[in-house]
Design a protein around this ligand. Structure first.
Ligand code: ATP
Length: 335
């Protein structure tokens, strides 16, 4: 029986990296029946909701999604698809592994960077609760709950335990937001006490940003509230070669949706230049989630081989190949 997976190519570079990823996953030999669901900013505007019912219906059938980016309008327009999807399906944990790709030239390629970020995915300032109090004065609500904070901390520590990770850092700004980030920290501490063999530390988000740039190789597991997780995952991506290569997973109790950290990159959309590595590696995480460890390893090894060879790579990582040439090379490396 093939696995059923909802494929949401999205818009911008989404369809290009999604098609490339489907080719690479199919080349692993794992039988997947892709249920392709169109979701673009135009469809959302017409439907009047960021997650139309046909998308939810498909994900309810398959429980598993591979998703490209969907453009979110800035300062107005409809609210973010990702935020809506994560809330509707309670995809509470956003998991983003960031590691050095051997062979890839970066500012930090002499270091071995290998960290994993666990970003709380459902609340914080992403609650979307904003209003104008009086003219020219607006208020944005930052929601932090014990339930969501404990859930992300438990998820991160459980992962650290299973994968033999040694150090967990919780990132916060509880010196200023004493109540909200204070609650987040107390929950992380409470869970940390159950794992006395794992080192637990806390870093204020501004210091964490500096330490990540100064000593990225010392980080192992990070737990972050939603906003800091969003910002620091882009920072961390920049340490290892950019958004084109960092994968991600949105995990819930009943559903899992795998997607790259990057957005729809409108500046290069439709030109065949996008790097599909990030979505391919997200698909690798999906194969691992399915228990298809050999296939996941073959896919990761094939991507790794192309980077070690140093060609053909896409422009964002210093090459001059297009999406198809890179994808062909990954598939050839698998054979
Ligand atoms: P969002 O807020 O939707 O996450 P963003 O502001 O983080 O989006 P992106 O769309 O991810 O922005 O793009 C940021 C920059 O990184 C752009 O210049 C884009 O060209 C580049 N970029 C992102 N993803 C890729 C990719 N897969 N391949 C090549 N370049 C990429």
């Amino acid at each position: 029986m093939p696995y059923k997976v909802t494929l949401i190519p999205g818009d911008g570079i989404g369809p290009e990296v999604a098609d490339a990823t489907v080719r690479a996953v199919d080349a692993t030999g794992v039988a997947i029946e892709w249920e392709r669901v169109e979701l673009t900013s135009k469809i959302i505007e017409a439907a009047g909701t960021p997650v139309p019912q046909h998308v939810l219906d498909s994900l309810d059938r398959t429980r598993l999604g591979l998703k490209g980016p969907v453009t979110t309008p800035v300062a107005g327009g409809f609210s973010s698809v990702n935020v809506a999807l994560r809330k509707k399906l309670d995809l509470f944990a956003n998991v983003r592994p960031v590691h050095t790709l051997p062979g890839l030239k970066t500012r930090f390629d002499d270091l071995k960077i290998d960290m994993i970020l666990f970003r709380e995915n459902t609340e914080d300032v992403y609650s979307g609760l904003e209003h104008e109090v009086v003219k020219d004065v607006v208020e944005s609500l930052k929601i932090i709950t014990r339930t969501a904070s404990i859930k992300i901390a438990e998820y991160a520590f459980d992962y650290a335990q299973r994968m033999g990770r040694k150090k967990v850092v919780a990132v916060h700004k509880a010196n200023i937001m004493k109540l909200s980030d204070g609650l987040f920290l107390r929950c992380c501490r409470e869970v940390a006490e159950r794992y006395p063999w794992i080192s637990y530390k806390e870093l204020i988000v501004d210091n964490a940003s500096m330490q990540l740039v100064m000593r990225p190789e010392t980080f192992d597991v990070l737990i972050l509230p939603n906003l800091y997780g969003d910002i620091l995952s882009d920072l961390a991506a920049g340490l290892v070669g950019g958004l084109g290569i960092v994968p991600g997973a949105n995990m819930g109790r009943d559903h899992a949706v795998f997607e790259a950290v990057h957005g729809s990159a409108p500046d290069i959309a439709g030109k065949g230049l996008a790097n599909p590595t990030a979505l391919m590696m997200s698909a690798g995480m999906m194969l691992t989630h399915l228990g298809e460890h050999d296939a996941a390893k073959r896919l990761h090894d094939a991507i790794g081989k192309v980077y070690l060879d140093g060609k053909p790579l896409t422009g964002d990582v210093g090459g001059n190949a297009n999406t198809t040439q890179f994808t062909d090379a990954v598939i050839a490396a698998m054979k």
